[in-house]
Design a protein around this ligand. Sequence first.
Ligand code: ANZ
Ligand code: ZN
Length: 840
Amino acid sequence: MSRYFPSKIEKKWQQKWLKERVYEPSFAKAPKGKPDFSRAKKPFYNLMMFPYPSAEGLHIGSVRTFTGVDIYGRLKRMQGYDVFEPIGLDGFGINSENYALKIGEHPMKLAKRTEKNFYRQLGVMGNGFAWEERLETYSPEYYRWTQWVFVQMFKHGLAYRKKSAVNWCLSCKTVLADEQVIGGNCERCGSVVIKKELEQWFFRITKYADRLLSNLEKIDWSDNVKIAQKNWIGKSEGAEMEFRIKNQESRIKVFTTRPDTLFGATYLVIAPEHSFVEALRFHISNIKEVEEYRKKTSFMAEADRMVEGKEKTGVQIKGIMAINPATNEEIPVWVSDYVLSGVGTGAIMAVPAHDSRDFDFAKKFNLPIKMVIHPDRPAFVDGALTEATTGNGHLVDSGKFTGMYSEEAKWIITKALGGKRRANFRLRDWLLSRQRYWGAPIPMIFCDSCHDAGRGEQKEMPGWHAVPEKDLPVQLPFIKNFRPTGTDKSPLASVEKFYKVRCPKCRAWARRETDVCDTFLDSAWYYLRYPSVKDRKHPWDRKITRKWFPVDMYIGGAEHSVLHLLYVRFLAMAFHDWNMVPFSEPFTKFRSHGLITKDGAKMSKSKGNVVNPDEYIATYGTDTMRVYLAFMAPLDQGGDFRDAGIAGITRFLNRVWNLVHEKLQAKNEKQQRKNQSNELQKIIHKTIKKVAEDIENLQYNTAISALMILLNELEANADLVSRDDLAIFLKLLAPFAPHITEELWQQYVATSYKLQATSFRSIHREPWPRYDKKMLREDVCEFVVQINGKVRDTFTAPADISEQEAIRLTLEREKIKLIVSGREPKKIIFVPGRLVNVVI
Ligand code: ANZ
Ligand code: ZN
């Protein structure tokens, strides 16, 4: 008998599948040479989060996720869906560029090398990818449309330029989005991030803040991601209140979530960047001190300024006083870095008795603290307040509002004192420009003469023109020196051939934008391109898009909760509003996957414990690795990679191989009539149900245990096992181990149907087995005993017990004997599996 050698079969089937186009959607109905997406009957878009591979190859964690997505897709395909599982590569960006710098290779060359290795690695994983619809973000054919997206954003007023204090990474020498700054450091390289005043391109995501938040309730996404997005959007409801300045025209506007505490506002604080100081410069008696403080603090990153427990600093702005509109008392104005310029109005009313940061500040600078809310739990020691009391309570010392409950007083005070109810969001606009080389050039042109004449497509941005669509793509030129300059300019700014262009409006000499797009723009719309990659005239085909979207299942890392996953939703909403796509949420279902460790530790190069998928696949075979990775834990949870666990999987697949071979080769095996009630059949049917349900819930580990149990049973009852039973087993195993099951399936087809197959019938396009509900019934059940229709007793017995036997058991029961007390029943009614009713 032949032995199981993965290396002998895996490559063979991978090539056959490719040749037969087993995983191209609608392949059967398509005219030769062209899968036709518009013909799909039951489309199912099964997507894995866009990978951005490094030249060093795939991480075993990504291999697990890819396989996880693939197992799901294979079930769906066998369930009759036309599954589309595309693959491509997100290759632009600072990660790749930094690596290119490190090893001294040009990013364009590096990208080609990475791409080749990536696709080779994916190839040996045996996934059901639609290889014909590949895409790479750095190919001009793709980024032409990324630039088109930018142009649409500009034309619809969602892309704009603004000078602002932006995050600047000292090491990467570029600006970063807020989302890319973690605890004051660069998300990528860990270096310190400072603030720099620069003019940059932004996308107006804040315009969609409310919808991004409220739509979360409508989508079936992992909870952890929804919560992260909700916090990131950070909606808080409050009021804007105006404070007059004594003897001046100016006012200071503050945002507060607690207008009910207005009577307790004993001073105001403005952010260092606030323009108030400029306006009243000549009235400020200590302007030098104020300016020094502003200079010192405004370059600091927000995260550092807001650290809990950080020693408060600040300077009073002398010579001016504000007036509390509730008490009409004069209160001082301070400048301090604990107030941020980008939040609310950049100014606050300080209520030290009820806000902790204000409390710390007031204590330090000896400012008055006035209680206006009677707290449930006052915090006094020796008559002095020891901390702010931040909760709700009844108002005290608040004029005619005294006695009201704080929640109710909020809006009444806002109205009475001329405030405006406002929601404030933590979400900032998306900073899009990067002063780097390796990205899609921002497709904009600035023209001086149009600027001076006030011409431009956007009123607020005279001189700026989008590159006409017919001129896209704006090709990224090959330049030798791609190193970031460390100034606020991209390396492209020194390439005259690139930036010197004619103005598309007036034909005067003008200048191209030389910054490139944030990579997150590339990945914010890629899913729309996949089914339309062959379309050279449009970014996506309308008809196909109506048919295939939204994406049915999306699986990826929770670390992208607030970057990628928020941007994608934002763009989809915008496209929807412009009538370009028929949906406003791109992914119906999203599940985040867990992370894997090696022998209990985080994998890292420095520890030398990084699992190289290539080596493992070469040693054990793809199927073994697939089953092993799936068996580790439910996909949404992390797992631990241990070499010792792999041998068990190899044994399992060997047993499958041997069993099927023995059965198929047994001569003149009579196809026994299946005894429908036998135990083995019950287990088979239960397993059919369980495996499908478990895959649906991404609980691959328990599905595989069920298959292991079934294999034990098949081996133990080998005489009762028919060829059709084996076929069912192979189908259930197929999503996990596609190669071995294909090999054995082809032998099954050959021996069972004498079908010298005229056309290739892959197991992966066979229908998923059906189970018989009757076979799932529990073996024992509870019978109810009634006397004259009244429930008197219950007993458990085999579900398929005969009528005679059930009646005998009933009449033997002590309780029933007592009630019947010797009388002869007139009639006994028996309902199988449920009840015995004795009529006396
Ligand atoms: C007065 C007050 C009294 C406040 C009180 C709170 C408690 P969330 O909920 O996080 O949005 N704030 C407003 N603008 C700010 C800025 N630019 N920088 C720093 N802090 C700012 O926080 C809203 C509260 O944060 C606002 O409500 C304001 O302080 C402060 F008992 O106003 B509150
Ligand atoms: Zn012009």
